[in-house]
Design a protein around this ligand. Structure first.
Ligand code: G3H
Length: 248
């Protein structure tokens, strides 16, 4: 793999004060491999609670951020505010924001550029729908999404790419290690050709989509899988710890 293994837990729109208190307590007492970057993404309203109770060993990501500076944008949260409450990362371009909320490539690229400018790390998500895979368009879709980031950002130093095939998200249908590896290699080649060989070799490409405590070790063996973005299984501290510790 490339660089340090990176495991993110995307809690999505889940949790209560009580359930998050329990999850934080489980994470605080878990034994985690030292050589892994670990990040959790609580819902906005619980970030402060998590920040004040979670071990510093684990960094915090927001699940979205506004495209620019704050102001009269009802319901939005700015990158400056995320920095202010102690976030180090933001997840952008997640399939649920693309396909449920309707965010497009250009909007996501601009959000990434703005967040990077505020010194947030960006977990930049890409991934194809089932119908796109079946039509043989997986690489085309991923490259188009990558290009939108590349067109907008001036540095890849604080970007982790998350490849999340939409058909694998929340479905229990994990990509095989070979399927994931094939796309990760293609993403790395795209970066080498379209950004630079240095960025291609340094940028971590993590996999997301039905990763769990039983399948993470096999996926982690693949050369170009540099970590995971975990949804459902990140809501259980012991399973998330097992996934973190599947680093090879
Ligand atoms: O961001 C995380 C992904 O959407 C994966 O979710 O592990 O529940 O399939 P999942």
């Amino acid at each position: 793999g490339t660089g340090k293994f990176f495991v993110g837990g995307n809690w999505k729109c889940n949790g209560t004060k009580d359930s998050i208190k329990q999850l934080v307590s489980d994470l605080n007492s878990a034994t985690l491999e030292p050589d892994v970057d670990v990040v959790v993404g609580p819902p906005f309203v619980y970030i402060d609670q998590v920040k004040s109770s979670l071990t510093d060993r684990i960094e915090i990501a927001a699940q979205n951020s506004w495209i620019g500076k704050g102001g009269a944008f009802t319901g939005e949260i700015s990158a400056e505010q995320l920095k202010d409450i102690g976030c180090k990362w933001v997840i952008l371009g997640h399939s649920e924001r693309r396909h449920v909320i309707g965010e497009n490539d250009e909007f996501i690229g601009k959000k990434a550029a703005y967040a990077l400018g505020q010194n947030l790390g960006v977990i930049a998500c890409i991934g194809e729908l089932l119908e796109e895979r079946e039509a043989g368009k997986t690489f085309d879709v991923c490259f188009k999404q990558l290009k939108a980031y590349a067109d907008a950002v001036s540095s890849w130093d604080n970007i982790v790419i998350a490849y999340e095939p939409v058909w694998a998200i929340g479905t229990g249908k994990v990509a095989s290690p070979e399927q994931a590896q094939e796309v990760h290699v293609a993403v790395r080649d795209w970066l080498a050709k379209n950004v630079s060989p240095e960025v291609a070799s340094k940028t971590r490409i993590i996999y997301g989509g039905s990763v769990n405590a039983g399948n993470s070790a096999e996926l982690a063996k693949k050369e170009d899988i540099d970590g995971f973005l975990v949804g459902g299984a990140s809501l259980k501290g012991s399973d998330f710890a097992t996934i973190i510790n599947s680093v090879t």
